[in-house]
Design a protein around this ligand. Sequence first.
Ligand code: NAD
Ligand code: DAU
Length: 348
Amino acid sequence: MKKILITGGAGFIGSHVVRRFVNKYPDYQIFNLDALTYAGNLENIKDIEDKSNYTFIKGDIVEENFINGLFSTHNFDGVLHLAAESHVDRSIEDPLAFVKTNVIGTMNLLNAAKNQWKGNYEGKRFYHISTDEVYGSLGADGLFTETTAYDPNSPYSASKASSDHFVRAYGETYGLPYVLTNCSNNYGSYHFPEKLIPLFINNIINNKPLPVYGDGNYTRDWLFVEDHAIAIDLVFHEGKNHETYNIGGFNEWKNIDLVKLLCNLMDQKLCRNAGTSLGLITYVKDRPGHDLRYAIDASKINKELGWKPSVTFEEGLAKTIDWYLDNAEWLQNVTSGAYKDYYQKQYS
Ligand code: NAD
Ligand code: DAU
């Protein structure tokens, strides 16, 4: 039986990855390590918490001794590292928190894996999940490829870039068998409502203003989170050691166009008069250092591993909106803070 450590599995993307691995690989023992920060929510994975191949561990990747102890206790075969501080706006307020988790936390995991595996790398793999934001901003044209130079602009992307460099350095210096992926903006269920799509869905439901930063002419490349989880599964099992793969949705949207689409779809779902939610759009002060455009060239993972998104944006967005409308209690618990009680009830 393979022992797999997944970090950050109570977060947005991590919860989809944990669910997929627990359900699809009954022979794997999946350990979900998560500190349950504001972004970690065990309600995201309550459907799999009783599975016999699943264990939740509450813990902080910044704590070196704890991480070393965990590796010597369990001797993991594989690591999928998703735990991170992930929100750009928060990184502008508190950059150090991002250095601690994203850089030091990643270092602790790399060191623990290296020291535990001791050069005996047969059957071992360290998978670092990263972001397209490390490449900085595109102008009107072009796409990020795996060879685009790193040029991060926010404290978040600088911390992720730093962690990516350390992962590569451990591959080159110690031969650590790693794979690394850089993905574009995800959307879907269990997304914390501080990020654009879930925040705006929640605000439309509650008739609250939709704060569009600057002129709204910023572009992001959106990918359905379950397609990201499929790509992560594929790269973990079939990616080549010491390789990077870009993952993206081939799906660029200017923020303002996406917000208008969301308003129109939500009006239909909520049986409101057409155009009602457009009235909630409010232009606000821009994000400092706001990257103009991200867009991924995902042809390498497509050609080498056969991955491409399985749903169109129209399908993915409709599923996402339906999920938030059908899961009003999840949204209510997150916005009220009640989701934090779930750990006490389940694990204390
Ligand atoms: P998230 O903020 O929803 O979840 C992060 C999880 O990590 C939470 O459960 C949190 O409790 C946990 N965590 C935070 N600090 C920790 C620590 N010190 N120790 C242990 N656990 C800790 O993030 P997400 O959006 O799911 O992103 C997951 C990963 O994917 C991140 O590495 C992020 O950089 C990357 N990524 C995200 C996107 C996106 O669009 N969301 C796109 C590309 C890459
Ligand atoms: O590109 C991948 C990255 O995508 C991930 O690495 C990050 O973890 C993830 O948070 C996301 O970063 P963004 O900064 O692109 O996502 P966010 O949802 O915060 O913002 C999307 C766009 O919408 C961005 O141009 C800023 C804008 N925005 C965002 C919010 C929250 C607004 O105009 N208003 C808002 O209130």
